[in-house]
Design a protein around this ligand. Structure first.
Ligand code: DAH
Length: 374
């Protein structure tokens, strides 16, 4: 009896099994190289959470490629049955060792990536309650707003309503109803910005006199703080947009004495009880008679200083007795009612109080400047 002779089939014989295993291991080593530093651990902070998740996906692909059914290693396993029987066990062991090495390497990196991802997720979701909070930066009101509120408070306590009205106007409200007909020279002084549809940005808050009387009729007592516009070139004392407050008081038997008393009371409350007023004859189309109002300087009391430019008096604004034409234009019976009106500059007063040399500073919105006036 003779033993059967084992022969490697011709199509296998030209494939050197040792070389095939080596080739499979080498291919894996090349692909695995960039993961090899993570075998023990992925140091915290060395990669991002999403990078770690991406690496895990790539590692799974690597596993399929090198130990999957279509891998070079799987081909080696198929060779086991084809090598000569006396070499089979040794060869089988070799293949197993190669596979074990590859699987271990993969498992190690999978493990360290997994714990990295876990701790990164925990870190992301945990809150350090001992960390100092971010303090919200408290804002503050603009100095012009503060000034406006002080003015409003005084007049509200005197029984005046506060009217808020539109900034875009027709010629009727900005001029005609205020006794400034077309061609009147007062229109040139208050040149403003026009739209193509016949509207214009109001050049004075006096427009609200008309709206208020149309809405409320007479008697009426109101102030109207707000923005006005003029086609002025900006300089230290001019800005094409500025703030005024209009005042209007219409009732039976209102006289110039009421006007003087009201503005007197106003400057007392705003600048102190020692403050004096002065009325200078003037001209405004919507008042007759008209007067410019000055108050004695809040800083020097009238003796002269830098703030009042050494004159002792500071201009407050214009005023006068409402022209009957204005009452009529707003539908108020001019036989029955009389009234006074005034218009004051808010930002001008603001600049004076805070000793600003340039009114434009108020409109540049530089917080470093504005936060000085809270
Ligand atoms: N509207 C005037 C101006 O802008 C200010 C003014 C003057 C308003 C006299 C008045 C007034 O109500 O009576 O220059």
């Amino acid at each position: 009896m003779s033993l059967p002779v084992f022969v490697i089939r011709a199509d296998v014989s030209d494939q050197n099994p040792n070389l095939q295993i080596e080739a499979a291991q080498k291919a894996f080593a090349t692909d695995f190289d960039r993961f090899s530093s993570f075998r023990e651990t992925v140091p915290p902070g060395s990669i991002s959470l999403s990078q770690a998740e991406q690496l895990s996906r790539e590692l799974a692909e690597l596993r399929t490629r090198h130990v999957g059914k279509k891998s070079a290693l799987a081909a080696c396993k198929k060779l086991i049955g084809r090598v000569q029987p006396e070499q089979r066990a040794a060869f089988g062991q070799l293949v197993q060792q190669a596979e074990g090495g590859i699987v271990q390497a993969l498992d190690e990196v999978v493990g360290s990536l997994k714990s990295f991802v876990e701790s990164a997720r925990i870190a992301r979701e945990s809150i350090d309650v001992t960390m100092p909070g971010r303090r919200a930066r408290a804002g503050h009101l603009h100095p012009i707003t503060l000034m406006r509120q002080r003015i409003e408070d005084i007049f509200v306590s005197l029984g005046y309503a506060v009217e808020d009205d539109r900034e875009i106007e027709t010629d009727f409200y900005n001029f005609d109803a205020l006794n400034i007909p077309e061609g009147h020279p007062a229109r040139d002084e208050q040149d403003t910005f026009y739209t193509t549809e016949g509207f214009a940005l109001r050049s004075q808050t006096s427009t609200v006199q008309i709206h208020a009387m149309q809405r409320r009729g007479a008697p009426v007592r109101m102030i109207a703080p707000g923005r006005v516009f003029r086609r002025d070139t900006p300089d230290p004392t001019h800005n094409p947009m500025f703030f005024q407050v209009e005042g209007l008081c219409v009732d039976r038997g209102i006289t110039m004495a009421h006007l003087k008393g009201t503005l007197q009371e106003f400057v007392h409350r705003l600048f102190g009880p020692g403050t004096k007023t002065r009325f200078r004859p003037s001209y405004f189309p919507f008042t007759e008679p008209s007067a410019e109002v000055d108050y004695s300087c809040f800083n020097c009391g009238g003796s002269g200083c830098r703030i009042c430019k050494w004159g002792g008096w500071i201009e407050l604004g214009g005023s006068g007795m409402v022209h009957p034409n204005v009452l009529r234009a707003a539908g108020v019976n001019a036989e029955e009612f009389t009234g006074f009106a005034f218009g004051l500059g808010i930002d001008r007063t603001c600049a004076r109080i805070y000793e600003l040399d340039d009114i434009r500073l108020l409109f540049e919105n530089d917080v470093r400047f504005l936060e000085q006036f809270r």
